[in-house]
Design a protein around this ligand. Structure first.
Ligand code: MN
Length: 232
């Protein structure tokens, strides 16, 4: 059927070493998945994983070696960085076992779960949804996808972020409270997962604010580097 106006273009992320792109379906994010970050946000212990979403068109794709420009979002004065390993699914399903979940992984990328912390704080306090804090335009910068054939299953490796050359965040994939396969497995009990889904797997400690002019350089060992400048 014809559309009454042109349909929005799908979000496509280039795949390293391939001449085809990864079409994004949904973006799920895991909350408080590193113990030290959970502590800095005022929580302790191994609670069940919880999730929130961002729209696929919130992605700001940044080719490796280039510097992306992130427009400082409106209605905030406390924009935080959260550097994260992003997992891309090549297949999905419901109620996946941990082993089945691992087999759904297509590849990995470096991503930033940018957060309007002040708006998220108000939402938490009032028991409101997190969308205004998390799901804003350009709120999900990420680099290209490295297929799992190139990286192997990532069970360890540094997750780091520098701002203007100064270290801000440093963690290890092995420090996750719920590892990647466990998170996918749990998530598949809540939603039917499908090829094209991305999962931002949580951030290590050290989240803090950025302002226009700041240059963020994030990295996940084996998955490259992500450079993003905040612009007014
Ligand atoms: Mn996050």
């Amino acid at each position: 059927m014809k559309t009454v106006f042109p349909a929005a273009a799908p979000t496509l992320i280039p795949v390293v070493g391939a001449d085809a792109a990864f079409p994004v379906r949904r973006i799920y994010c895991v909350g408080r998945n590193y113990a030290e970050h959970a502590k800095e946000m005022g929580f302790t212990g191994r609670e069940d994983p919880f999730f929130f979403s961002k729209p696929a068109d919130a992605i700001l794709y940044v080719p490796e070696g280039e510097t992306g420009e992130l427009p400082y979002p409106p209605r905030t004065s406390d924009l935080h960085h959260e550097i994260e390993l992003v997992v891309a699914l090549g297949s999905g399903g419901r109620d996946l076992s941990v082993e089945q979940a691992a087999a759904c992984i297509y590849g990995y990328a470096v991503g930033l779960d940018m957060t309007r912390r002040d708006l998220q704080g108000v939402a938490k306090k009032l028991g409101r949804p997190w969308e205004v804090g998390k799901a804003f335009d350009f709120g999900a910068p990420m680099g290209p996808i490295y297929p799992v054939e190139r990286t192997g299953l990532l069970e360890k490796g540094a997750v780091t972020l520098e701002v203007n050359g100064q270290p801000r965040q440093k963690g290890c994939i092995s420090d996750m409270i719920w590892n990647v396969a466990e998170s996918i497995s749990y998530l598949s009990g809540l939603f039917e997962l499908k090829a094209g889904d991305l999962i931002f797997t949580g951030t290590p400690e050290g989240v803090a604010a950025v302002v226009p002019g700041d240059l963020m350089v994030g990295a996940v060992e084996g998955v490259g580097e992500l450079k993003v400048k905040v612009v007014a």
